[in-house]
Design a binder for this molecule. Structure first.
Ligand SMILES: Cc1cc2nc3c(=O)[nH]c(=O)nc-3n(C[C@H](O)[C@H](O)[C@H](O)COP(=O)(O)O)c2cc1C
Length: 186
C-alpha cells in the first residue's frame, strides 16, 4: 500500500511539473522581455503581456544590426561564429525583481540571436523561471531552448511557444493554449 501511495505521489509531482511551481508562486512577479529585428517577436510579446500582465521590456543593442536584411544576416552570422555577445542598452528594469521571465526572440541561424545571449549572461536567473517564446521563418525553435539552458544552467525553463512569423489569425488562441499548458493562464 505504501509503495502505491509513493508511486502516486511521484506521478503527481511529475505531471504537475513546472505548472506546480507556478501554483506555489501565487502571485509571481512577471517580466516579458524580448528582442526583435523585424517586429514579429515584439507583436507576440505585446499579446503575451496583455494576458499575463507584469512589465514589458525590449532587449536593445547599443549598435543595432543593419536594417538591411542581407547585411543583418552577415553581421549576425559573424557575431555567432566569433562568439561575440554584443553590448546592450541598459534595460529599463532589473531582472532580479522578477520570478518569471517570458523571453521572446526570433530564431536566427537555428539558435538565439547573440543579443539574447548577452541578456542571459548579464542577469542572474538563479531560482527564476524562463518561459521562452519565439518567432521563426520555418525552422521553429531550432536549438534556441538548449542555448538558453546552456547559458543559464540553474534556471527552470517551461515548454516554449514557437510562432511562424507573426502567427496570423491563430496567434491569440495559440498563446492562450500555451499559457494554459504552462500553468500561466489567468
Ligand atoms: C539574421 C536572421 C537569421 C534568421 N535565421 C532563421 C533561421 O535559422 N530559421 C528560421 O526559421 N528563421 C530564420 N530567420 C527568420 C526569422 O526568424 C523570422 O523572420 C522571424 O519572424 C523574425 O522575428 P522578428 O520580427 O521578431 O525579428 C532569420 C532572420 C534573420 C534576420
Amino acid at each position: 500500500m505504501m509503495k502505491i501511495k509513493t508511486m502516486m505521489c511521484i506521478m503527481l509531482l511529475t505531471l504537475t511539473g513546472i505548472s506546480g511551481l507556478f501554483a506555489q508562486e501565487r502571485d509571481p512577479r512577471i517580466l516579458v522581455a524580448y528582442f526583435s529585428w523585424s517586429g514579429n517577436s515584439r507583436l507576440i510579446a505585446a499579446e503575451i503581456h496583455r494576458r499575463v500582465g507584469g512589465d514589458l521590456v525590449e532587449i536593445e543593442m547599443v549598435t543595432p544590426y543593419s536594417r538591411t536584411y542581407n547585411t543583418c544576416l552577415d553581421q549576425s552570422l559573424r557575431d555567432l561564429r566569433a562568439g561575440i555577445h554584443p553590448s546592450l542598452k541598459t534595460l529599463e528594469t532589473d531582472v532580479a525583481g522578477y520570478d518569471v521571465v517570458f523571453l521572446g526572440y526570433p530564431t536566427w541561424w537555428a539558435t538565439i540571436p547573440m543579443p539574447v545571449a548577452t541578456f542571459l549572461e548579464s542577469c542572474d536567473f538563479t531560482g527564476k523561471i524562463i518561459a521562452p517564446f519565439n518567432s521563426h521563418g520555418g525552422g521553429r525553435l531550432g536549438q534556441t531552448v538548449s542555448a538558453i539552458a546552456k547559458l543559464c544552467p540553474s534556471v527552470k525553463i517551461t515548454q516554449a511557444l514557437s510562432i511562424h512569423y507573426g502567427g496570423g489569425r491563430t496567434l491569440g488562441s495559440d498563446i492562450d493554449a500555451w499559457l494554459t499548458e504552462i500553468g500561466m493562464a489567468r
